[in-house]
Design a protein around this ligand. Structure first.
Ligand SMILES: [Zn+2]
Length: 388
């Protein structure tokens, strides 16, 4: 697993720095010096470099009422300022957006029917996210109109997204990216629905995980890209191990061409592991857990550790390297994350994602240690009485 995760400047991330300066330099050369240069030996051609790109990914971005209250009290940036440098340091920063952003469509708040304020997309963008999955069991929470409103708001902020669309064809369209010399394809599915409004293919659509259809899509895309990433909303809630259905789907997706499968939905972490299937090998993250939520808000040190599992998460970090003339290599790692939730305490509502570093006091240091151990145990699939 990667330990160090160097941070990049924004210009390096965009790959614009040097390329942008070159035309300016040429424009200030005088004609004389240009002619003089012509007699010089041609500059040596630099050796081709390995293609390389870095991705980070987090699980469910949940907008529970108290998360929205914390954003109102302290600003959205305060929710995730600890992880924002990591998001900004990657070429691709992914998250599962587990809510419509449809304030215009907005139905009155009902339990388990989500909606998010209009400020959310800009906040996600400025924190560093670049790519979202919108295919999940809350995609229909504000109906077809809300789904379309959400897409419009993400598009307006330049946030890439996959898994939903104004038509079935749009929902099924992969996101294609070019980063660090690598062609990257990204597809998103959901295997769970609260309500399934998929009805007409020419109307709003959420892409369901049909293994035959998914395999055909992956096989069609495989030859066009160097890296193929699949996001899947799947699994059983509060289960710390992958279900037989998740394992079956992971094998099918890897066999069809997936290099990386990023899973989410169970609200707790599940193992990350290499999966071999039909002569191919892919890295599968069964569940990244909640990224931010108000779940397990009452958990504190002294209570059984598993009762706080919904506040554990992980930031997946993957380096993709393709040497000149070689084949793709993936180096996966992760950063443990934990949701600090000051439920019941006086003052403004505070919910924020922590990197389990630099605790402010001894009590928090112990909490960080306990949660870090628990995260490692679940991610690595270690056997324990509670890991079920
Ligand atoms: Zn879900």
């Amino acid at each position: 697993m990667c330990k160090d995760w160097p941070q990049r400047t924004q210009s390096e991330r965009r790959g614009h720095g040097r390329a942008f300066l070159r035309p300016l330099c040429i424009s200030v050369l005088s004609v004389t010096s240009f002619l003089a240069c012509r007699r010089d030996k041609p500059a040596p051609v630099p050796a081709p470099k390995d293609a390389e790109a870095r991705l980070v990914a987090v699980g469910d971005i949940m907008m529970h009422q108290d998360v929205k209250k914390a954003a109102k009290d302290g600003g959205f940036d305060a929710l995730w300022s600890d992880v924002s440098p990591l998001l900004k340091g990657a070429d691709i920063a992914f998250g599962n957006l587990e809510t419509p952003v449809a304030p215009e469509t907005g139905r009155p708040g009902l339990p388990f029917i989500f909606n998010a304020p209009p400020e959310l997309p800009a906040a996600l963008k400025s924190a560093g996210w670049t790519l979202l999955s919108t295919a999940n069991n809350h995609a229909w929470d504000q109906g077809s109109k809300g789904l379309r409103e959400t897409i419009g708001r993400l598009d307006a902020e330049g946030l890439l997204h996959a898994g939903t669309g104004a038509t079935k064809a749009e929902a099924s369209k992969p996101v294609l990216l070019q980063k660090g010399g690598l062609k990257i394809g990204f597809i998103a599915f959901t295997d769970v629905f609260n309500s399934d409004l998929n009805d007409r293919e020419d109307a709003a659509w959420v892409r369901a995980l049909d293994l035959d259809e998914a395999s055909a899509s992956l096989k069609a895309l495989r030859s066009q890209v160097d890296v193929l990433i699949v996001s899947v909303h799947w699994g059983n809630e509060y289960q710390r191990v992958a279900s037989p259905r998740q394992k079956e789907a992971a094998s099918a997706l890897v066999a069809a061409g997936a290099d990386l499968v990023i899973g989410h939905h169970p609200h707790v972490l599940q193992p990350m592991q290499w999966v071999e299937s039909e002569g191919r090998k892919g890295f599968v993250v069964y569940s990244l857990g909640n990224f931010i939520s108000n779940q397990d808000r009452k958990w504190h040190l002294g209570q059984p550790v598993p009762e706080g599992d919904s506040r554990d998460g992980a930031m997946l970090q993957v380096r993709f390297v393709k040497p000149v003339g070689g084949s793709l290599r993936m180096e996966p790692g992760y950063e443990p994350l934990w949701v600090e939730n000051r439920w019941g305490q006086p003052g403004p509502r505070v919910i924020r994602v922590r990197r389990l570093q630099q605790p402010e006091n001894d009590s928090l240091a112990k909490t960080f240690e306990v949660r870090r151990e628990r995260i490692t145990q679940v991610v690595q699939g270690a056997k324990s009485k509670s890991a079920s």
